[in-house]
Ligand binder design. Structure first.
Ligand code: NAP
Length: 234
């Protein structure tokens, strides 16, 4: 399904993990739909995108725009074999009793609303086909609440529960839904934010992308509703 010629949609495509996932699927000849918040980031990340790939800039927190843009794009592609819903964001620093409404809303919007809007745009095509794969991104740290990360861990917990709910709803209809739970990913941003940390135990984007590629493939046909910690050896 996710082999040569299959159609794979990746949100957060211009980000650290999104680029690695794009590379993993491109290596096996998939046709990619690369979704990001800004045209310029997508163009910068994929300067040599082949003509049969589609670059789609849309604010995934905007329900109507997401449905329209992704719906049109999937219709142009003719089908959608796998969706990797990677768009998300992180914020920490405030205790729950001091948390601003802005922090709460931003974490829920960027992590939860983006996922909801994306699946509402993409699942109808998969249901029509009677098959598909969806991979979401939670967080290993969100398996429980963490001090100063209340909004983030709550938002990613919601992503994880929605993943399980969708697996139960869609699995019987031929659509597998699974999630990965990464620990710290080895990104330039994390290296800059934690200059004293040893990044050797962090998860490499390519290693995480390999797990996502597997979950988006026919090889994972018997896996549904799994939330797989991908935490390296650190
Ligand atoms: N980095 C880590 O250590 C870590 C650990 C655990 C989980 N995760 C999760 O892994 C995923 C990828 O992380 P990353 O480090 O690759 O993040 P990243 O580099 O910041 O990339 C995130 C991408 O999401 C897109 N995005 C955000 N809001 C959007 C919106 N409203 N509409 C459209 N696109 C939007 C951004 O696109 P634009 O820039 O164009 O807006 C960006 O390309 C995220 O879900 C993150 O929460 C990361």
């Amino acid at each position: 399904m996710s082999g040569s010629g299959s159609v794979v949609m990746i949100t957060g495509a211009a980000g650290n993990l999104g680029r690695a996932v794009a590379e993993a699927f491109a290596a096996q000849g998939a046709r990619l739909i690369l979704v990001g918040g800004h045209r310029s980031s997508l163009a910068h990340a994929f300067p040599d995108a082949p003509g049969d790939w589609q670059l789609v800039d849309v604010d995934l927190t905007d329900r109507d725009a997401t449905r329209q843009r992704l719906g049109e794009t999937i219709a142009n592609a003719g089908r959608l074999d796998a969706l990797c819903a990677i768009a998300g964001g992180f914020h920490m620093g405030e205790a729950v009793h001091e948390m601003s409404a802005e922090t709460w809303n931003q974490m829920m919007e960027v992590n939860v609303q983006t996922l909801l809007n994306t699946v509402q745009a993409a699942v109808p095509a998969m249901l029509a086909q009677g098959r598909g794969r969806i991979v979401t991104v939670g967080a290993a740290s969100a398996r429980q609440g963490v001090a100063a990360m209340g909004a983030y861990t709550a938002a990613k917990s919601t992503v994880m529960r929605l993943t399980e709910a969708m697996a139960a709803e869609l699995g019987p209809k031929g659509i597998n839904v699974n999630g990965v739970l990464p620990s710290v990913i080895d990104t330039p941003e994390n290296r800059k934010a934690m200059p004293k940390a040893d990044p050797s135990g962090w998860v490499k984007p390519a290693d995480l992308a390999a797990v996502i590629r597997f979950l988006g493939s026919d090889e994972a046909a018997a896996v549904n509703g799994a939330l797989i910690p991908v935490t390296g050896r650190g």
